[in-house]
Design a protein around this ligand. Structure first.
Ligand code: PMP
Length: 296
């Protein structure tokens, strides 16, 4: 007997929900034509979008940086997210990607040629980082692709224009590693293609400063707060290649990956080559706090 599997990837295009495979946007949408738009990736814990207000604040800031205004209130967006998740699956946590683009118009760079921005929400089941990666740590590549200069497409803008990130990650795929760490135009370490980067030295967690040219990760900021709560020093520091050799631990952070231990960067083994205690304490603290904030 044939069983029909309910598709669980659902998409909301300007308020209309369909299965993922049936969702479409116009080829004249500037998001498609030019990557002219901004986005956010959120996940739920206990089926509630986590740090929603922070992600919305960053979406609006990113939008303002490209002279775009999000026409929807946080309440409307939250309701659309909830409806899209409900349409797709009734149990388990969700991955949510929200995209705001300039909208449909003439093939022109003139913002005035598009009057209505497009707002798309993609919701699908959240895939946690496999346990073995958390227990063994991951290898990442130090790639030759340079992170965008803040004076061109500023990495602080979470833009749909992701070619810089995709090119970096292509090198990591070729090397069979989990992530791609990029330097900036000065040669300082910045961030990975989809996550922020930290090392741990002498008990303190250090991450490149925003001025290095990187995305102000919501998880990165959350890790600063957890550090304060559990009595660990977490702070910004300019990092260069040589700092990899003197690091005791390293890890990456992102909304969907939380905190993932890094045991090797390119040819350099980090510390003892296994996940360290500071990384593990921060991950435990993050999960505890995420659970507490979403289960009240
Ligand atoms: N840097 C880049 C380039 C990213 O794409 C992401 C993922 N959104 C991050 C950092 C991590 O940001 P967040 O913690 O807000 O998910």
């Amino acid at each position: 007997m044939m069983t029909t599997v309910k598709p669980c990837e659902f998409v909301n295009v300007n308020g209309t929900i369909t299965e993922g495979a049936k969702a479409s946007v116009s080829v004249f949408d500037r998001g498609f034509l030019f990557g002219e738009g901004v986005y956010e990736t959120i996940r739920t814990y206990n089926r509630r979008p986590f740090l929603f207000d922070r992600h919305m604040a960053r979406l609006r800031t990113s939008a303002a940086r490209i002279d775009l205004t999000c026409p929807l209130s946080n309440e409307v967006i939250q309701a659309r997210i909830d409806a899209t998740i409900e349409a797709g699956f009734s149990v388990g946590d969700a991955y949510i990607r929200m995209l705001l683009t300039r909208g449909v118009g003439d093939i022109s760079y003139d913002p005035k040629a598009c009057s209505i921005p497009s707002f798309v929400i993609i919701a699908k089941p959240h895939s946690p980082v496999p346990l073995t990666l958390q227990t063994d740590g991951v290898m990442i590549s130090l790639v030759s692709v340079v992170r965008n200069h803040p004076g061109s497409v500023d990495p602080a803008i979470k833009s749909n224009n992701l070619l810089n990130n995709a090119l970096a990650m292509q090198q990591a795929f070729k090397e069979g590693t989990y992530e791609a760490l990029m330097r900036n135009y000065r040669g300082d370490l910045t961030e990975c293609s989809q996550s922020n980067f930290f090392i741990v030295r002498d008990g303190a967690a250090l991450t490149p400063p925003l001025a290095a040219g990187l995305l102000e990760g919501v998880t990165r900021n959350f890790v600063f707060e957890i550090g304060t709560e559990i009595g660990l020093s977490v702070r910004e520091a300019t990092l260069r290649d040589g700092d990899l050799r003197t690091a005791d631990e390293a890890f990456l952070t992102s909304t969907t990956r939380e905190i993932v231990p890094i045991v090797r960067v390119g040819q350099v083994t980090i510390g003892a080559g296994s996940p360290g205690p500071v990384t593990q304490r921060l991950l435990a603290g993050l999960r505890r706090k995420a659970d507490a904030l979403t289960s009240a």
